[in-house]
Design a protein around this ligand. Structure first.
Ligand SMILES: Nc1ncnc2c1ncn2[C@@H]1O[C@H](COP(=O)(O)OP(=O)(O)OP(=O)(O)O)[C@@H](O)[C@H]1O
Length: 299
C-alpha cells in the first residue's frame, strides 16, 4: 500500500531552504529510518508529513491524502522527541482525554487506555502520575499516547534518546512487535539501532534526499566486514589482499576491515578467510556479510 509520495517537495523558512525538491515514494511495511546531520531537514519533513506546516512548493501525499486532512485523522500519529505528559494527572486520566479527542466514548476510551498501556508494558501504572515515572517509563507512556486509535503510520523522533540500554531495548522490541500493523518512520542519530530496526534508510543532507538504502536487499556490490580481536591489522590486511577475488580492503575503525570482492567468489571467500585466520591463529570478533549501515552511508 502506498504510504507516502513527495514530488519536488520544498520548504523554505524566510531565505533558509530547509527541504530542497525532495522526490520520494514509500510503501507501508517495515520501519523506515530518517537520518542526516543536524539541520538536514528531518524535523521539517516530519512536520510536513503530519500537516503541521505547509510546503513552500511541490506536493506531498500520505496514504494518498493531503497531510492534516480529516481523512487522515487517527491514521497518522507522532512521538515528538520532547513529548511529555502533564506531571500532575494520572496516565489513565490523560490518555483517556486523548482517546476522547479521537472520538472514543467514555467507556471505549477507558478500554483504549488499557489496550495502549498494556502494549507498552505499563498496564500496572495506569494510576501513576507522570512525575513519578522513570525516564524509560515516561517514554513508553508517550508512545502509548501515540498508539491511541490504532494509527497506521507513527513517526518517532529519537525514541530511545537518553534511555538506558535496557529501556532502549524495550522500546526497540515494542517497535518490532508492532511493525506488522503499523509503519514507523524513525528519526535518529543512532545508526546501529536503526540497522537493527529498519528495512529502509533515508539520508537527508542540506535539505536534499541524498541516499536511500534498502537494508532488506544485499549490498549491490559484494562486501565482507571483519572485526578482529586486537592484532597486527596491517599484516592481516596484506594477507587478506592475497585471497582470490578480493578487490579492495578498507579499514573501518580500529580493528575492523571491509573487504570488497568479486561476486563470483561469494561462495568460498568467507570460508577461505576463516581458514586463513585459523592458520595464523588470529581471533575474530565478528564476520558480517555486507557492510554496516555506517559504512554504507559514509564510505
Ligand atoms: N521555524 C523555523 N524558522 C527558521 N528556520 C528553521 C525553522 N525550523 C527549521 N529551520 C531551519 O531549517 C533547517 C532544517 O531544520 P530541521 O529542524 O528540519 O533539521 P533536522 O534535520 O531536524 O535537525 P536536528 O537533527 O538538529 O533536529 C535548519 O537549518 C534549521 O535551522
Amino acid at each position: 500500500m502506498n504510504l507516502l509520495r513527495c514530488s519536488a517537495l520544498s520548504k523554505r523558512y524566510g531565505n533558509k531552504l530547509a527541504l530542497d525538491k525532495v522526490d520520494l515514494t514509500l510503501e507501508t511495511g517495515s520501519p523506515i529510518a530518517l537520518v542526516g546531520p543536524n539541520g538536514a531537514g528531518k524535523t521539517t519533513l516530519m512536520s510536513l508529513l503530519l500537516g503541521f506546516i505547509k510546503p513552500s512548493s511541490g506536493d506531498i501525499k500520505v496514504f494518498g491524502k493531503q497531510p492534516g486532512s480529516t481523512a487522515l485523522l487517527g491514521k497518522v500519529a507522532a512521538l515528538p522527541q520532547d513529548a511529555a505528559l502533564d506531571p500532575d494527572f494520572s496516565l489513565a486520566t490523560q490518555l483517556a482525554l486523548y482517546a476522547r479527542l479521537h472520538g472514543f466514548s467514555n467507556k471505549a476510551a477507558a478500554r483504549e487506555v488499557q489496550r495502549v498501556l498494556a502494549l507498552v508494558g505499563l498496564a500496572d501504572a495506569a494510576n501513576a502520575l507522570p512525575k513519578a515515572l522513570s525516564h524509560g517509563m515516561s517514554k513508553r507512556a508517550a508512545i502509548a499516547q501515540a498508539l491511541i486509535g490504532n494509527p497506521k503510520l507513527v513517526l518517532l523522533d529519537e525514541p530511545t534518546a537518553g534511555l538506558d540500554p535496557v529501556n532502549a531495548r524495550h522500546v526497540r522490541d515494542l517497535v518490532t512487535e508492532l511493525a506488522g500493523d503499523i509503519t514507523f518512520i524513525i528519526s535518529s542519530h543512532n545508526l546501529e539501532e536503526l540497522e537493527k530496526l529498519c528495512g529502509k534508510v533515508l539520508y537527508l543532507d542540506h535539505g536534499k534526499l541524498s541516499q536511500a538504502v534498502d537494508l532488506t536487499k544485499p549490498d549491490s556490490q559484494a562486501y565482507l566486514t571483519l572485526q578482529m580481536q586486537p592484532c597486527d591489522m596491517t599484516a592481516l590486511q596484506t594477507q587478506l589482499q592475497k585471497l582470490p577475488g578480493v578487490e579492495a580492503i578498507q579499514p573501518s575503525g580500529k580493528h575492523t576491515l571491509v573487504l570488497r570482492y568479486q561476486p563470483e567468489h561469494a561462495g568460498q571467500l568467507d570460508i577461505q578467510l576463516l581458514q586463513l585466520l585459523q592458520q595464523q591463529q588470529l581471533a575474530y570478533r565478528m564476520l558480517l556479510k555486507g557492510r554496516t549501515l555506517e559504512d554504507q552511508l559514509f564510505s
